[in-house]
Design a protein around this ligand. Structure first.
Ligand code: KPL
Length: 301
């Protein structure tokens, strides 16, 4: 099974080193200058006594032979990443999308109408400490399932692959629900920690409970309209659980703002705002967070 991994961000580099450790047949597809000669990329893992790995950079020929391509980029980078390689992909190559938020699979479906598309989320965490060094900062679990064109003959192979890379991995009949649940947590923790410059655990303070309740209530209304009946209390419970489990972490959105990078707000709270509009519902607290994050981004974009 030939696996392509797009980009060498934190999760991309983690996946590439995990693939090398597991002896999987894997090529790296850098997002910017893609080397069409037979180049290689060197990566080292600082959590594994600086163990180093050399991985091949995909040639066009290898791109056309991929069985699966994993896209572990930021949500807003997915479309360009797929456009860059689409001319070489065959229609049976499975595309695994692994990002925060919801939305990019719709454009991927338009660009690659016949390819099987998998949605995945993971609670693994990684940090790039230099261009060629990555460290796994947290292990966890991975959840995956079909988003489009399910291809049952390769499902077991994909699950086995994800279990080698980010174990344990569970396969879900309705992965959209898993993604919505994760989105409901990210829609609270990410913008609140980013705007208040605090670690995730700070949100357990009573000071935030009313804002969290309002956000979860509006998320619950939208999810109910989408056909996923879930209570405000259940969503609050997920948020509290993740805030406690990751108390010492800074959320990805906090890190994005701190490093003056674009955030994934448009695919997290922005998704809730768009769905609310489609169903003629009001989500004023999510809208306020989108506006406030955009305002912060406008200072450097
Ligand atoms: O997914 C996360 C993120 O930061 O993007 C959480 C779960 C909030 C952990 O920090």
């Amino acid at each position: 099974m030939l696996i392509g991994i797009v980009g060498t961000g934190a999760i991309g580099s983690l996946l590439a080193t995990q693939a090398a450790l597991a002896g999987l047949n894997c090529v790296v597809i850098p997002r910017r200058e893609r080397n069409n000669t037979n180049g290689h990329i060197a990566l080292s893992r600082s959590d594994l006594a600086a163990q180093s790995f050399t991985l091949p950079i995909a040639t066009n020929n290898q791109l056309s032979r991929l069985d699966v391509v994993i896209v572990p980029t930021k949500a807003y980078q997915v479309e360009q990443a797929i456009c860059d390689i689409n001319a070489h992909l065959r229609p049976h190559t499975a595309i695994v999308l692994l990002h925060n938020g919801i939305g990019p699979h719709e454009v991927v479906q338009q660009l690659c109408p016949d390819n099987p598309i998998v949605g995945a989320t993971t609670s693994y965490a990684a940090l790039k400490t230099s261009a060629q060094t990555v460290t796994m900062t947290g292990s966890g679990q991975t959840d995956a399932g079909w988003l489009a064109n399910p291809q049952l003959t390769i499902q077991d192979k994909l699950l086995q692959m994800l279990n080698s890379l980010l174990p344990p991995c569970n396969w879900h009949q309705d992965v959209l629900w898993i993604m919505l649940k994760k989105l409901s947590v990210n829609a609270v923790i990410n913008p609140l920690t980013a705007l208040n410059n605090v670690k995730n655990g700070a949100l357990c303070d009573a000071h935030y409970s009313q804002s969290i309740q309002h956000l979860c209530e509006q998320t619950s209304n939208v999810f109910n309209a989408l056909g996923y009946p879930v209570s405000t209390a259940a969503l609050q419970g997920y948020v509290t659980e993740v805030a406690q489990l990751t108390a010492n972490n800074y959320s990805s959105m906090h890190q994005d703002l701190a490093h003056k990078r674009r955030t994934e707000i448009d695919f997290i709270n922005g998704f809730i705002v768009r769905e609310a509009k489609r169903h003629r519902m009001a989500v004023p607290d999510h809208q306020k967070l989108v506006t406030a994050i955009h305002r912060q981004e406008s200072h450097y974009r």
